[in-house]
Write a protein that binds this ligand. Structure first.
Ligand SMILES: *Cc1c(COP(=O)(O)O)cnc(C)c1O
Length: 376
């Protein structure tokens, strides 16, 4: 591994480009430190913490401009737990899944393993692309993934057919365009676009999704309390979670939603992420050693960008040189097995830092390639 020194003027001011956990704005952390003596270590059933949950729920309602009747629910366990909530409370009998990477495959596997559901219909496509879901007979729920974080592919959220639309929006929510009326459960965790920490799930629920959870409950299906969407919703309506949350995570999420609303809400975030990802994809296309992994520009994610490198520039060396300078988590997804960088451009990430990052990578590539690599 060559010893490479990146000049200071090419280094991002903040080196966090991970796709989750992702950069938490220092201003939010400082605010947390300010309020900590009144907030951390106080009851989540009392006004102080409940005010923070209210800020999240009202902030998301504003951010997504939720239609009448839609509600924001939250609970502990992250998006991974929501897969089990969906299989217990939202899928009546059979679901159809667009599978195009690790996360979408995991939800399909969770449903397959659920004993009281029929085997799901799986519509798969190769890594770096997304499949299209169309109407399937005898299916009562369709599972989409807004951004497949393992590959950097984004798919539009639109209803494939009659039936509940469940969207894993864990990395897409807050950075990709959305008409919330196109989904019934649009769920995500706070440690991606919403720049907080992990451990919570949040979901935008349509009246149809809420009615489905009542309908499934009426069949007498056994649902463990932690997976019971109705219990989660009852608590959310009281600005609480069913069991004790990380209050720091709740506070950082509330700060980030309000910050994003102050910047101009979803329209601002979509534009900001598109400009930053556009810089990365344009840079890769102009480079003679880097290429966007996702061939179809329409399927490229504007929040998680995957860039393949020519074999003469080993991604492991690029990542090691970046990491040695405090620029971290640009590694490709573990199981993808490609010579690839994966770079998040969530709303908290500064556009100037993305520009400095590509300059730093060019500097490393030139050093690795004896000065031959560059922009053609
Ligand atoms: C990160 C991620 C998850 C898992 O989120 P957890 O908070 O760890 O449960 C699920 N789906 C997608 C698309 C993700 O990016």
């Amino acid at each position: 591994m060559p010893n490479i020194t990146i000049p200071a003027e090419l280094l991002p001011a903040d080196g966090r480009f991970g796709s989750g956990p992702s950069k938490v704005r220092q201003e939010a952390v400082a605010r947390l430190a300010d309020v900590a003596p009144q907030l951390l270590g106080t009851s989540h059933r009392r006004q102080g913490v409940r005010d923070q949950v209210r800020r999240i729920r009202e902030g998301l309602r504003t951010f997504f401009d939720l239609p009448e009747g839609y509600e924001v629910a939250l609970g502990n366990g992250g998006a991974t737990l929501f897969w089990d909530i969906a299989s217990h409370c939202l899928i009546r009998e059979r679901s159809a899944h667009a599978v195009f990477g690790e996360f979408s495959a995991k939800f399909a596997a969770a449903v397959t393993a659920t004993p009281f559901l029929a085997d799901p219909v799986i519509v798969e496509s190769a890594a770096g692309t997304h499949p299209t879901l169309a109407a399937v007979d005898d299916v009562d729920a369709y599972a989409l993934t807004h951004c497949e974080t393992s590959t950097g592919v984004a798919m539009p959220v639109s209803r494939p057919a009659e039936g509940l639309v469940l969207v894993d929006a864990t990395s897409g929510a807050g950075g990709l365009p959305l008409d919330p009326a196109e989904a019934d459960a649009y769920y995500f965790s706070p440690q991606k676009c919403f720049g907080s920490n992990g451990g919570l799930w949040l979901a935008l629920l349509s009246p149809t999704a809420i009615a489905r959870s009542d309908e499934v409950a009426a069949t007498g299906r056994y649902v463990p309390a932690m997976l019971d969407l109705r219990i989660a919703l009852d608590n959310s309506r009281l600005e609480q979670t069913y069991n004790t949350p990380s209050i720091a995570t709740v506070f950082l999420m509330a700060e980030q939603v309000e910050w994003m609303n102050a910047q101009g809400g979803l329209a601002w975030a979509v534009k900001d992420c598109a400009a930053k990802s556009g810089h990365l994809y344009d840079w890769a296309e102009a480079s003679d050693y880097a290429t966007p992994f996702v061939a179809d520009p329409a399927q490229r994610s504007n929040v998680v960008c995957t860039i393949d490198l020519d074999e003469r520039i080993p991604a492991a060396d690029v990542n090691a040189a970046l990491r040695a300078h405090g620029v971290v988590d640009t590694e490709a997804y573990r199981t993808l097995g490609r010579n690839q960088l994966r770079i998040a451009v969530f709303p908290a990430i500064d556009p100037g830092d993305v520009q400095r990052l590509t300059a730093a990578i060019d500097h490393i590539a030139a050093a690795l390639d004896g000065g031959a690599a560059g922009t053609s």
